[in-house]
Design a protein around this ligand. Sequence first.
Ligand SMILES: [Fe+2]
Length: 677
Amino acid sequence: MIILGINAYHGDAAAAIVRDGELVAAAEEERFNRIKHCAGFPTEAVRYCLREAGIGIEDIDHVGISRDPSAHLHKKVLFAATRAAKQVRGKGERVKGKDVEVLAVTEDELISQRVRDQNGNGNGKGLFSQIRNRLANAAKVRDLPEELSKGLGVSREKLRARFHNVEHHRAHLASSFFVSPFERAALLSIDGFGDFISTMWAVGEGNSIKVLGQVEYPHSTGIVYTATTQFLGFPHYGDEGKVMGLAPYGQPRYIEEFRDIIRTEEQGHFRLNLDYFRHHAEGVDMTWDRGSPVIGRIFSDEYAQVFGPPRAKDAPLTDRDRDIAASLQLRLEEVGFHILNHLHEQTGLTDLGLSGGVAYNSVMNGKILLHTPFRRVYVQPAAGDSGTAIGACYQIYHEFRVPSSKQFRVPSFEFRVEESHSQRDTEAQRNSRQKERELETRNSKLETLVAELETRNPELETRFFMEGAYTGPEFSDEEVRNELGASKLSFEGYSDEEVTRQAARDLADGAVVGWFQGRMEFGPRALGNRSIVVDPRRANMKEILNERIKKREPFRPFAPSILEEHVGDYFEQTHPAPTMLMVYQIKSERRAEIPAVTHVDGSGRLQTVTREVNPRYYQLIEDFYQLTGVPVVLNTSFNENEPIVCTPRDAIDCFLKTKMDVLYLGNNCVRRNSFEF
Ligand SMILES: [Fe+2]
């Protein structure tokens, strides 16, 4: 069974393909069209996924999109009707579908449509049914098969797949469970909004996920973080990480104000003090500025009443701004642990799967083991909306592929048996008795193996585990060399052993190294395949990187990659963090050793690297360790204020326009002093 998953019409549009339970490919559209957080339809990402799977669109059995406009419809209608009724009563104005516009900001499918009611009856009569009809119509607005066939340039008749809407948070939850190492786990999706819900928690077991609780629009931790990020003068989609980086510079002296802005309630719930926000009352525009999402102002004037005027973009940062960031971060953590502690109480489980945009808050994630009873945490590498493309696939896979848990337990072996039978038919047609006998023997062996595995909890052994995030395109040496040739760059080629040793020497010598290897990462983090790597022992590396390449705000930290077996030597916690979504405290005695990756509060957003998950990157750090005695490198994404590079061409362009010293593309190395500008 082949499933295509899609996140579309929202930030971080993406596609993924799952074949017989195995994740074959996943990528964000921004990497191909070079529009950051691109929010359209992921045509190029779909094309790539098909290419990677070696199939055409006609081979797809199911297509899932991680939105379901009809989900929670009654809640949407009720909310819209209540708001509209208030407007009618309060202002005596004609109702012109204002609330549908309000809803539009919560419902990505509607964002570009901006549904407008030209037929309001002026007194609210029949309003409920009007809104219901309008929402129901809006749910049909997008014609996914049409969009897909148009995008791929094929006739619609070619599509034989069944199409599915997967509710947004169910897609998130699925992305954090069905590819996790857990057979049973508590799950939390914590987000801005999707399908009218901001937060959903659940328990995953075997091939099913049971929802236990949720927080609905307009209450959302993500909305508070985004609103405050805007107030602090960072207007872009995805700027929340900057505020997280700013927080350790401040004191949480506004914590009581934030406890008033976001209030915890019983049973893991929370509510916003809506006086501080505009989204629920006036609506907030969300538009796509040349493909990137742009969100209108969410915070209300109440913010200025309490904190003073908003910081203008590019104005100097003040103590007040830093203290607001610190208070916001602390409050997010308090609310996050409030939900998680309830989730633990409800389930009694100590394994946790985490997803949703707020799960990119690696500072909060890193403290989960310290503030909750959870002992193991799997964070979906693409925890934000791009990861719902994967979640949609697995939700469908487990819904349609597996009629019984027994079959689910040994999926890969079951498939091999099926394949053997079909091969046997082919051979029979060719009258090859010998082959038939061989296959029968093989089947019988497989059946024995299946029986054996079933007796020892085989699920963990056969289930697909997305441990890293290397699901994107890779390029052959020939393709790399062709691009280098076309760029008229001279380069040296190294053997597999030499290339990491040479790069490690460059790092130790203080070079800024572009490291382009293997398959591109999925999600926001470069994890050693599309990375810029430098020596973390050099305190000035942060400034050098910012000045020569990244041009980032000076308060933002850079992150360390560390050989997993050395984590305990350098960090206070040792739980694996293979996709750089955990921040831990660096041991105080080690901070001076790796100053370029030590944040102001002594923390580091680490990537734990194993040979199994990324052998080449592991070897690079190992070689650096052999040279220097430090099993850590500084790892930042390979880009300059643009989406992370995808192709060798992108990498060469970035190399040429920045002041990187050395570029490794596979086994090929270009040095800056080897050519003229
Ligand atoms: Fe989401």
